[in-house]
Design a protein around this ligand. Sequence first.
Ligand SMILES: NC(=O)c1ccc[n+]([C@@H]2O[C@H](COP(=O)([O-])OP(=O)(O)OC[C@H]3O[C@@H](n4cnc5c(N)ncnc54)[C@H](OP(=O)(O)O)[C@@H]3O)[C@@H](O)[C@H]2O)c1
Length: 333
Amino acid sequence: MVTTRQVRLAQRPTGLPDADTWSVTTDELPAPGDGWFVVAVDHISLDPAMRGWLDDVPSYLPPVQLGAVMRAQGTGTVTDSRHPDFPVGAAVTGTFGVTEYALSDGTGVRRIDTDVAGAATWLGALGMTGLTAYHGLYEVGALSAGDTVVISAAAGAVGSVAGQIARAAGATVIGIAGGPEKCAWLRELGFDHAIDYKNENVLRRLRELAPGGIDIYFDNVGGEILDAALANLRRGARVVLCGAIASYNDQAPPPGPRRYMSLLVNRARMQGFLVFDYPEKDAAALEALAGLAADGRLIARETVVDGAVDDFGPTLLRLFRGENTGKLVLRIA
Ligand SMILES: NC(=O)c1ccc[n+]([C@@H]2O[C@H](COP(=O)([O-])OP(=O)(O)OC[C@H]3O[C@@H](n4cnc5c(N)ncnc54)[C@H](OP(=O)(O)O)[C@@H]3O)[C@@H](O)[C@H]2O)c1
């Protein structure tokens, strides 16, 4: 028997989540039965998608139920086990929830090697984040050398990995991010250009930096930045719909993309995808990402917040204020 603090959904938020959204309980986990094991969670992933899981609307995953432990990916160490593949001491990653300890039967859990990369990186560039960037670019964007690729939220988790993958593939890469520090970091990573959307006219800058037009727009943001990209497509362009963080806390649906007729004019397509859509290609993608990291072409960065599970709610808000560079992770003391 082990005691664990857990963050639960207390109330569905309107707009940004706040303190009333969450409750923290102290619960006892039963000892693991046959085929089960206990994980002491050490890192919890913060994801913009979490905001969507709080709404009681049909989506690609069921909404988190009121009173349930908040869904979250994490890493941790097995502390008690009756499962042959997950012995005590194994480092693992999986969807353990916002909790100190989790009971698991191994479904969706992978072992990780923390000598190869730190736990936070297994949640970021070498985990779901990296897979999202990789599959989005190759499966949806049909990335190839010579493409001009534009990426929004480019200094975030998915965006920073996507830009480096595209660069390594021989594309010209333009990142869009908020503020001069983030843009300077993108240039350090090897992005050809960076646009500070908080201080520059994105539509005009795209026209200057990509006079021949954009081949791939990897959209993490939606809204006005999507419109600016649509206004600058090249014939045959691919708009990769990865996310739309600019509207996740809106109380009404966002206005439609005003420039969508550019898809017709340029015989372009816009396609959404989920990171889970290509399971048969995950292993090869993770190998490719590890290869890029090993030869220095993929720099994995994380913003690690030290705290307790109780800090989950305020930490999540950092994503919506742009207070992260690279992958945002909560490290449990
Ligand atoms: N399709 C999938 O399977 C999948 C999987 C994972 C993630 N995603 C999506 O990918 C996107 C990025 O996720 P992530 O985990 O990598 O998060 P992230 O980019 O690390 O963090 C979010 C970033 O978004 C930017 N941002 C926040 N509000 C904004 C606004 N109103 N307008 C413009 N930019 C804003 C902020 O950067 P600035 O400082 O630059 O504003 C912030 O740092 C999200 O849309 C997420 O939902 C999709």
